[in-house]
Design a protein around this ligand. Structure first.
Ligand code: PEP
Ligand code: MN
Length: 338
């Protein structure tokens, strides 16, 4: 249920409603929009239905949210969400160009990549310290050492860091280094992990599970929001289909679909979607045209030598070309990088 307050409702009116909800054991989540405040009510539906909220001072209307996700829905918040993360902006017309290696390998590899992508216009550095690998014999990431290298790269470039946390036990440690906590596709329905990152201050980026529907993806975001963290970014990274010419299939339609259903920023990851460096540029352009609020691109100084995901990584020259083309078309879609 959502309680829509009148545009002239006072702080006292809002407080009144919130106090009443809390008194009967319901959760109140406030969303302050440009013109009005909306209070999301979470809890026992019957309890909610029996409260005479509509007659409270300052209340315009009380509406049910029919979708299973509430806090992340457009009904709860009409305007696009926007976050400023260490000076880099994403959402509501601001484009997040996130780039960097699949995994942090060495200081030199990470810092040279960070400097280069920044020079090209990227406003976030991505890099994995904890890697979810299909084979237990593959490189698993440098762990804490990798986080330290990322922090060093941030120090040198000013770029905020996006990095994956795979395990509830690592959430505190990763939060101490990361600026955005990435939840990987394989963990999209790890509800304990979602709840734990939901208790953190740092924004969370949730990658879509490759076998998950849009609704399941939004429910994952709802877990994070319900735990208290409303700073969520969604990342479409391709789904499993019968097609074998690409690693996964970038579900381009999910971008406008999710943007219609939710106020959260949605970005695209053509690297993991396609698994092929030659497809990154066309898929990136398509994602921007579909309304994406950002891109996640894997970049490596020497993709042939990469310890992880080399075939889908762009070298510096190819990334420069991509960044140029993206920056060129962004104004056409009323977006800018800052
Ligand atoms: C990644 O971003 O490095 C990654 C492992 O992605 P995904 O979880 O989408 O496979
Ligand atoms: Mn990767």
């Amino acid at each position: 249920m959502i309680v829509v307050m009148k545009s002239d409702a006072t702080e006292k009116d809002i407080e009144n409603v919130v106090n009443k909800l809390k008194e009967v054991g319901l959760e109140a989540h406030i969303s302050k929009g440009k013109y009005r405040t909306v209070i999301g009510v979470i809890g026992d539906e019957e309890l909610i239905a029996n409260l005479p909220l509509a007659i409270y001072p300052g209340v315009e209307k009380v509406m049910p949210v029919l979708k299973p996700y509430k806090l992340v829905s457009r009904e709860f918040q009409e305007e696009d969400s926007f976050y400023e993360i260490r000076g880099s902006k994403i959402g509501a017309g601001y484009f997040g160009l996130m780039a960097g290696p699949c995994s942090v390998e060495t200081v030199e590899q990470t810092i040279s990549t960070a400097k280069f992508v920044k020079k090209c216009g990227a406003n976030f550095l991505r890099g994995g310290a904890y890697k979810p690998r299909t084979s237990p014999y593959s490189f698993q990431g440098l762990g804490k050492e990798g986080l330290k290298i990322l922090a060093q790269a941030r120090e040198e470039t000013g770029l905020p860091i996006v990095t994956e946390v795979m395990d509830v036990r690592d959430v505190e440690l990763v939060s101490n280094y990361a600026d955005v906590l990435q939840i990987g596709a394989r963990n999209m329905q790890n509800f304990l992990l979602l709840t734990e990152v939901g208790r953190q201050e740092k924004p969370v980026m949730i990658k879509r599970g490759f076998s998950n529907t849009v609704e399941e993806w939004l429910m994952a975001a709802e877990y994070v929001a319900k735990a208290g963290n409303k700073k969520i970014i969604l990342c479409e990274r391709g789904i499993r289909t019968f097609e074998t010419s690409t690693r996964n299939t970038l579900d381009i339609s999910s971008i406008p679909v999710v943007k219609g259903l939710s106020h959260l920023p949605v970005i695209a990851d053509p690297s993991h979607a396609s698994g092929r460096s030659d497809l990154i540029l066309p898929l990136s352009l398509a994602a921007v045209a579909a309304g994406a609020d950002g891109l996640l691109i894997e970049v490596h100084p020497n993709p042939k030598e990469a310890l992880c995901d080399g075939p889908q990584s762009l070298n510096f020259e190819k990334f420069e070309e991509l960044a140029l083309q993206i920056k060129e078309i962004l104004p056409r879609f009323s977006k800018k990088i800052q």
